[in-house]
Design a protein around this ligand. Structure first.
Ligand SMILES: [Zn+2]
Length: 485
């Protein structure tokens, strides 16, 4: 395949030839006999995007779920409408809602759901991902599923139907229909995403095999780095498309683990060649994570092979920046949360903390490697939204959260150009590199003024087109804002 007349990332205008999954040549090239030629017409050719923090199976499941939270559902009447519409459809199995937040209708519970949907099992996930609220038929099914788990793995089930951390029990449900992974994966491809890092803490070896099957059947188009439990192990024959990543530790400040036990786990993870990725959404969780990582480092003769990661770093007071930098940690942030949840942050969190939320520019200034992930389905899955939010820092109301943390469009793009192993370093487009590429309809100069996935024209993974809108008409009434045609 020959891509001609492209504005190649970090090169400038030129042609690029792909053969056997790799970039073969970059320069001024003539088509070979029978070679497929794509005229880029000056459009930017970027490394394929990598989402460094996503939950693929939950994202796929969310595509067949009822949206129960902002911005789509903002108040109790809209939630009632969304749920009764879904419940009035045919079908008797589970109804599943996602994205709930208490700003919609408060702390809803089993009785509240029963009054609306009494006959069919219903469960609604809080947007934090940890809490499910279920109705009575739902609670019956989950109780039965929990009974099948070994005793030490059984979560407590509160009779008010507000259930925390029940993912293992949900996997046991008899009618757990497979979520539409192919639809989710194709949608990610249409955003330019050629690789993902799946950050689901419960990922284990059976999840790994499941992902391998999805890739084998062609349902899952992206390459995947799977983070997960300490027990997660790749089989002997690992493919280049599916690798084992960090050990994910999910801290909850109300139930912090024993510090020494965590330090031991960090050591075990490093000895297996796996970095640690710690979920930190509060200041206390970050302080605790840094103490543990420091403790582990004191016991180790050499630094770990790849950098440990802080996921989210939602609240980073200035005093902690130098510690993060000295430990060589990479921060994986979600600028899209500013655009999606910024108003809740501005209204609910103390004003002095606002400048510390989902920081970007100050992390780069402190020489902390920074990468981006959408955290879909807990955030929107389109990385271009996240890039746009990183440059504008605007909440849905238009108010700005942490204006000093704005990135340039180039810095925002770079959040999604790294590899799974080196998330904060953009992958170069170079001869012999794997051909994972994202071709845009316009030159970067135009795209940088409107960071949007609507510019994505073709997406290539391992030299194969996984998204092809090459022959599509540009846009209806294709008028650009700055008058460049
Ligand atoms: Zn997450």
């Amino acid at each position: 395949m020959l891509i001609r007349n492209a504005e190649i990332y970090a090169h400038g205008i030129g042609d690029l030839r792909i053969r056997r999954g790799h970039i073969e040549q970059i320069g001024s090239l003539t088509p070979a006999d029978g070679e497929r030629v794509i005229d880029a017409a000056g459009g930017a050719l970027l490394p394929g995007l990598h989402d460094h923090h996503i939950h693929l199976m939950s994202y796929a499941a969310s595509l067949s779920s009822v949206l129960c939270g902002p911005p789509a559902v903002a108040d109790e009447p809209s939630l009632l409408r969304a749920l009764s519409d879904a419940a009035s459809g045919s079908g008797e199995g589970w109804l599943r809602g996602v994205g709930y937040h208490e700003s919609v209708a408060g702390d809803i519970d089993r009785a509240w759901l029963d009054s609306l949907v009494p006959h069919r099992p219903l469960r609604i996930q809080h947007r934090s991902g940890r809490l499910w609220v279920v109705n009575s038929p739902g609670l019956d099914q989950i109780s039965a599923a929990v009974g099948k788990l070994p005793e030490h793995e059984r979560p407590g089930l509160a009779s008010n139907g507000r259930l925390f951390d029940i993912d293992t029990a949900l996997h046991q449900l008899p009618d757990a229909t497979a979520p539409p992974v192919d639809q989710a994966s194709r949608r990610l491809a249409s955003y330019g995403v050629t690789g993902i890092t799946d950050m689901t803490p419960s990922n284990d070896s059976s999840a790994f095999e499941y992902f391998a099957r999805l890739q084998g059947s062609g349902s899952l188009l992206q390459r995947v780095c799977m983070a997960g439990s300490l027990e997660l192990k790749a089989p002997d024959r690992q493919s280049a498309h599916l690798t084992v990543g960090a050990t994910k530790v999910h801290l909850h400040q109300a139930h912090l683990p024993d510090l020494d036990a965590l330090i031991t786990d960090i050591g075990s993870s490093h000895r297996r060649g796996r970095p640690l990725a710690v979920h930190c959404v509060t200041e206390l969780e970050l302080v605790f994570a840094l103490a543990a990582l420091n403790g582990a480092r004191d016991l180790e003769a050499t630094a770990p092979a790849t950098a440990d990661r802080i996921e989210h770093a939602s609240v980073t007071p200035p005093a902690l920046l130098s510690q993060i930098q000295e430990l060589g940690l990479t921060v994986v942030t979600q600028p899209n949360f500013v655009a999606e949840r910024g108003d809740t942050y501005l209204d609910d969190l103390p004003a002095p903390e606002h400048p510390w939320l989902y920081r970007c520019a100050s992390l780069l200034d402190a020489r902390i490697p920074l990468a981006g992930g959408t955290d879909a389905p807990f955030g929107g899955a389109d990385p271009w939204h996240a890039m746009d939010a990183a440059t504008s820092r605007r909440a849905p109301s238009g108010r700005v959260l942490g204006g000093d943390e704005r990135l340039t469009p180039e810095q925002a793009l770079a959040l999604f150009l790294g590899s799974a192993d080196s998330p904060a370093t953009p992958r170069p487009i170079a001869a012999r590199a794997v051909a994972d590429l994202c071709l845009l309809r316009r030159p970067w100069q135009q795209v940088r003024g409107e960071l949007s996935s609507r510019w994505v024209r073709a997406v290539i993974r391992d030299g194969e087109l996984i998204y092809d809108a090459i022959d599509e008409a540009p846009f209806e009434g294709d008028v650009s804002r700055d008058g460049v045609s």
